[in-house]
Write a protein that binds this ligand. Sequence first.
Ligand code: NAD
Length: 341
Amino acid sequence: MDTERTTMTIRVGVIGAGIMGADHVRNLAGRIGGASVALVADLDAGRAAAAAGPAGARTTADPKALIKDPDVDAVVIASHDSTHAELILACLDARKPVLCEKPLAPTVEEGRAVVAAEEAMAAELGLSLVSLGFMRRFDPAHTELRRRLAAGELGEVLTAHCVSRNVRSAPDATDVSAITNSAIHELDSMPWLLGTDVAEAAWVSGRKASALAPAGLQDPAFMLLRMADGALVTLELFLNAQYGYSTRLEVVGERGTASFTEAPLLELSLDRRRAAEYPADWRPRFADAYRIELQAWIDSLRTAAPSPLASARDGLRASEIAAALAASIDAGGAFVPVVYE
Ligand SMILES: NC(=O)c1ccc[n+]([C@@H]2O[C@H](COP(=O)([O-])OP(=O)(O)OC[C@H]3O[C@@H](n4cnc5c(N)ncnc54)[C@H](O)[C@@H]3O)[C@@H](O)[C@H]2O)c1
């Protein structure tokens, strides 16, 4: 690769200036080498201005204008899940690289349309333009665990237990959106960590749901993933847990177990008590992962190398598992086989 390319600055346009978009703007403007933020798009002008101001970026309310803007070399999509497929397709039309937040799309049908367009263009250009924000793949604890599992340190993996808790869900959260928006992280990370596909999936609810969850949302919900090699993964997803953000994992092998330690934000000793503080959301836990992921993406663009991030097809595979879980809700909690394209 020529020196000019490796020394260039990638001018990024960020669509969506909410929690994630504003975080990506801050990182790209201040912590990522070889990147700058040229333009921020949000339907909410105040949010766009608040995120763009410190980065010295322009703003627009029109995400398609951002994608076409000649001063934008690459695009980050951090707007609502329902916008992802359409905006990725617009990036492909403009032949611009895009890092889209998870999920690829809320439905398998939209995901398949994106993958078809994406893979056709990759065949033409010799390089894929679409990367997906499954940042756990860049979290140091996850990458270290994956290395050790691949080396066989725990022996054969028999089971794994995931717990994912948030303070509160979106007010319009449903059983299906809880899967496609939140559990989707585990649907990507568990096959990636364990090195085996999900063969079938079941969604099981207890008789009790939290009265603090929106009406109609079964919260917590339990999901079971039977892997192709026979291992069983459990996931408790509790979106209205109130007390703090918490994500846990224990992998159980024939010779031992591995789990992530939850580092508290702060440990307070006060009034003869010792208390550990939980973060209000996911950003502190995955701050390094977001930065490492963004830097890896920018580096790949600067060197015209393949993106090391999750691909559109990885996103589709997670959506296909999500579809099996949604079908299991309708099937009264029975295991449903995952149908991969
Ligand atoms: N990787 C992760 O860990 C992670 C964590 C949280 C959220 N996310 C994903 O990031 C995305 C954003 O989540 P968030 O928590 O920041 O949401 P948010 O509601 O805080 O922000 C979304 C923003 O997008 C804007 N928006 C919506 N539609 C738009 C459109 N068509 N054009 C321009 N702007 C539009 C909204 O006005 C809002 O400001 C979601 O897809 C979510 O699933 C990923």
